[in-house]
Design a protein around this ligand. Structure first.
Ligand SMILES: Nc1ncnc2c1ncn2[C@@H]1O[C@H](COP(=O)(O)OP(=O)(O)O)[C@@H](O)[C@H]1O
Ligand SMILES: Nc1ccn([C@@H]2O[C@H](COP(=O)(O)OP(=O)(O)O)[C@@H](O)[C@H]2O)c(=O)n1
Ligand SMILES: [Mg+2]
Length: 213
């Protein structure tokens, strides 16, 4: 059944409730979750190369918003420095704009949803994930990696890292548990070396076939 979609009508108001239609195109979304430093961004780069997805890091989009000098930038900057979660309407708008602008229809959404408000905001625009990739790694290992990340990030210092882990446990892990209760989570042991982790990731994405021509 083809979904006749009026691109001028925001997805949430489509009378047929078509899911995962964004500005007239059907999108496939995979959420990539895991603690700070678990390796989400690193593995997303590998998945992009091998399976033709477009990588959208919510954190990167927020950092670009700060650099753009937009009115929300100052607020976003202080929230990130506190290791807290930016209001979902800001993050979701950035993600939607990036998906609409993209030529692609397959997206890895990295570091989102990070709390229940994030998750519900995506449900409100009728986008649900194909599955959720969850990178499981000990806090000690993640701290080690973050302190060695050297990307000049304002939130990669010991004090903020501790705050980010508290937020991860209190707000983000419950989101993983929610999707796990729906049988949507593919859990990966992220404590292994990069290439070994990617071997496991590849197995999961195999069903998506080779990179889109
Ligand atoms: N499996 C791994 N083993 C060791 N270091 C890793 C691994 N995966 C990523 N890293 C390194 O750890 C740091 C955090 O990785 P990144 O992909 O930015 O994590 P995240 O996006 O989950 O915060 C980076 O410096 C990266 O090179
Ligand atoms: N959905 C999201 C994702 C990130 N963020 C903010 O952006 C920061 C960095 O996110 P990130 O995904 O780049 O961080 P890493 O997990 O890659 O270290 C988070 O600590 C939050 O402060 C957010 O508020 N909401
Ligand atoms: Mg990252």
């Amino acid at each position: 059944m083809s979904t006749a979609v009026d691109a001028s009508v925001p997805v949430a108001e489509q009378e047929d409730g078509a899911a995962n239609i964004l500005a007239g195109k059907k999108v496939a979304v995979v959420f990539v979750l895991g603690g700070p430093g678990s390796g989400k961004g690193t593995q997303c780069s590998n998945i992009v190369e091998h399976f033709g997805f477009t990588h959208l890091s919510a954190g990167e989009l927020l950092r670009s918003e700060i650099k753009s000098g937009s009115e929300n930038g100052t607020m976003i900057d202080s929230i990130i420095k506190e290791g807290k979660i930016v209001p979902s309407e800001i993050t979701v708008k950035l993600l939607q704009e990036a998906m609409v602008k993209s030529e692609n229809d397959k997206f890895l959404i990295d570091g989102f949803p990070r709390n229940q408000e994030n998750r519900l905001s995506f449900e409100n625009i009728k986008i649900s994930p194909e599955f959720v990739l969850f990178f499981d790694c000990s806090e000690e290992e993640m701290v080690r990696r973050l302190l060695g990340r050297n990307q000049g990030r304002a939130d990669d210092n010991v004090e903020t890292i501790r705050k980010r882990f508290r937020v991860f446990e209190e707000s983000s892990l419950p989101v993983v548990q929610y999707y796990d209760s729906k049988g949507k989570v593919k859990k990966i042991n992220a404590a292994k070396p990069i290439l070994e982790v990617f071997e496991d990731v590849k197995t999961i994405f195999q069903s998506y076939g080779p990179k889109a021509a």
